[in-house]
Design a protein around this ligand. Structure first.
Ligand code: 5MM
Length: 343
């Protein structure tokens, strides 16, 4: 695999106005979301849900790539196609989440380090053989009283960089996802400080590990007040703070930034991305895109409820959200028309 192939894939994932769909929930996360809707927490239900997604008519018009989970990349549609081939048929590049989860960080109560480096070279080779062209790894940074520690930021940045270097060696574009959580009552300014320190540390580590910046993507949080913070800034204020932070920390060589939604409502995730593109796109060195899970999937999951009779309406809800975020990439999202209808 040449450097140019990595660059081509990274650029293709953020080209035009499309974005990524994260459908890489571990079983525990998937079950948490199913449980709220009384959907059976079984492999069969997980497979049916993911089949609904990969076969949604028209999804490829707004989604460039989809991030799968280890179980999902091995599954097939009821018609017998692998999910990888179903995605490819829809014009969607298949990717894979390769971390094995955030585990308690020794000596640092309340903080985690993401694991999965052991055996990663071999797993990446297997995933590449199955058709994956990019990968994803999430490090979690938790704001709190006296948190995050420098140790937590450093250890997660180091792991992200080692993962990214291994991906590029295997010919897979790494999506580097350092997530500052929005849980808590911290102010937006504190999220900005933590995000800036985290991204700065991540890019130092990426450089140390020799990662080709042109052949990777960044998947960060937006700069937001904590969900329980009494002051919730406007859409434009969030856009300003997020773009300021990214301009200070993300080298221009990176082709694209694809945000996680992190627990924002579907509409706010679209509106904030829209504001960033509407206000700043012409001045930014990288594309600003999306790599949402909940903010694209949740309305569709609410419509599906585990019932085969609802597959069509759920697919329409999914494609609608993907299109809203596609419009947000152009700065054309109509928040008023998309406002949740009463009742
Ligand atoms: C932050 O989570 C990622 C983006 O999803 P949201 O847009 O909902 O925030 C997502 O890709 C996440 O990494 C996966 O859902 C996997 O999560 P777990 O914790 O199950 O590995």
């Amino acid at each position: 695999m040449t450097a140019q192939a990595l660059i081509d894939t990274a650029q293709a994932l953020v080209a035009g106005d499309k974005g990524l769909l994260a459908m890489d929930e571990s079983n525990a996360t998937c079950h948490k979301r199913f449980a709220k809707l009384n959907i059976p927490q079984t492999e069969d239900a997980r497979r049916s849900w993911r089949e609904l997604i990969v076969t949604a008519p028209g999804l490829g018009a707004s989604i460039s790539g989809a991030i799968l989970f280890d179980e999902t990349i091995r599954q097939r549609t009821s018609g017998g196609a692998t999910f990888v081939s179903a995605l490819e048929a829809a014009g969607i590049v298949p990717g894979i989440k390769v971390d094995t989860g955030a585990k308690p960080l020794a000596g640092h109560p309340g903080e985690t380090v993401t694991e999965g480096l052991d055996g990663l070279r071999e797993r990446l080779a297997e995933y590449a053989g199955m058709g994956a062209r990019f990968a994803k790894w999430r490090g979690v940074i938790t704001p709190g009283a006296g948190l995050p520690s420098r140790a937590c930021i450093e250890v997660n940045a180091h792991a992200l960089a080692r993962y990214a270097a291994l991906c590029q060696e295997a010919g897979l574009v790494p999506i580097v996802e350092p997530e500052v959580l929005m849980d808590g009552d911290h102010f937006l300014a504190r999220c900005a400080e933590i995000t800036e320190e985290t991204l700065h540390t991540v890019f130092i580590q990426l450089r140390l590990q020799g990662v080709l910046l042109e052949g990777m993507l960044l998947k960060p949080n937006m700069v937001l007040p904590g969900q329980a913070c009494p002051i919730q800034e406007s859409v434009d204020e969030v856009a300003d703070a997020t773009v300021t932070c990214l301009l200070r920390t993300v080298p221009a060589a990176v082709p694209g930034i694809a945000f996680l939604s992190g627990g924002q409502s579907a509409q706010l995730a679209s509106a904030r991305l829209n504001a960033m593109n509407a206000r700043f796109a012409s001045r930014l060195p990288w594309a600003l895109a999306f790599s949402y899970s909940r903010a694209v999937q949740q309305p569709a999951l609410d419509a599906w409820k585990g019932d085969a009779a609802n597959v069509g309406s759920a697919q329409k809800a999914l494609v609608h959200r993907a299109r809203c975020n596609q419009a947000a990439r152009r700065g054309d999202y109509d928040a008023l028309a998309d406002a949740p209808k009463p009742g």
